[in-house]
Design a protein around this ligand. Structure first.
Ligand SMILES: C[S@@+](CC[C@H](N)C(=O)[O-])C[C@H]1O[C@@H](n2cnc3c(N)ncnc32)[C@H](O)[C@@H]1O
Length: 206
């Protein structure tokens, strides 16, 4: 995330948070259990949504500006978490380590999302779950997808490398994780190019 965008991120997202994201985050995180890793935790938008039974939480955030805001939020709240500055493409954890890995609005920003998903699968325990909430490409042949393609090169520069035309569900399936639950919905009060979303649960095979 560009250093100049981080301070505005929460304000930029507020309308969508209130319209839908807060409730989607709560619903998704209710499915977390055990030792949990959040990838690209940003400013800590998920912190209020973790259920009380999550007591072993690691937050990964490689961007200095975002991580600074995350550390402030942790210091001023009652959250207990370990913060880690590594990239999702090189996770500093052993194989089969976490019960839950979580990503919200992150796979769009990781330059090599395929490698990140392989790492996520590696650190998940067999049977462990990957929870995701991602925005992405509009349906094929839609005019929205044409606009996403046109605007992506410029958008990427101003939005911390965020791509508009990825299909997280296809990428997750391609990684070998097994999608068990998926919902597709429009992110309300968001720019039209970032509205299509998918969220759900994928599992690492036993
Ligand atoms: C749009 S923000 C989302 C923040 C937060 N997860 C949320 O739901 O609001 C994308 C985040 O992905 C992080 N990110 C980008 N590349 C990454 C990588 N290689 N590994 C881990 N996180 C990454 C960025 O630093 C940024 O904090």
């Amino acid at each position: 995330m560009s250093w100049f965008f981080a301070p505005f991120y929460d304000r930029f997202m507020r309308a969508s948070e209130e319209a839908c994201l807060i409730s989607w985050r709560k619903e998704l995180l209710a499915k977390a259990s055990g030792k949990t890793l959040e990838i690209g935790a940003g400013t800590g938008a998920n912190l209020d949504s973790y259920p009380a039974h999550i007591q072993d939480l690691t937050l990964l955030e490689p961007d200095n500006a975002m991580r600074g805001l995350l550390e402030k939020r942790i210091a001023s709240g009652s959250f207990k978490a370990t913060i880690c500055a590594n990239s999702a493409t090189e996770l500093p954890f052993p194989d089969n380590h976490f019960d839950t890995v979580l990503c919200t609005l992150v796979l769009c920003s990781i330059p090599d999302q395929h490698r990140a998903l392989q790492e996520i699968k590696r650190v998940l325990k067999p049977g462990g779950c990957f929870l995701f909430l991602e925005h992405g490409a509009a349906p094929e042949d839609s005019s929205r997808l044409n606009w996403q393609r046109r605007l992506e090169p410029l958008w990427k520069i101003f939005a911390g490398g965020c791509r508009l035309t990825r299909r997280a569900d296809k990428d997750i399936e391609g990684s070998g994780l097994i999608i068990e639950e998926i919902q597709r919905e429009s992110m309300r009060k968001a720019l039209p190019i970032t509205r299509p979303t998918v969220r759900g649960l994928a599992r690492k095979a036993l």
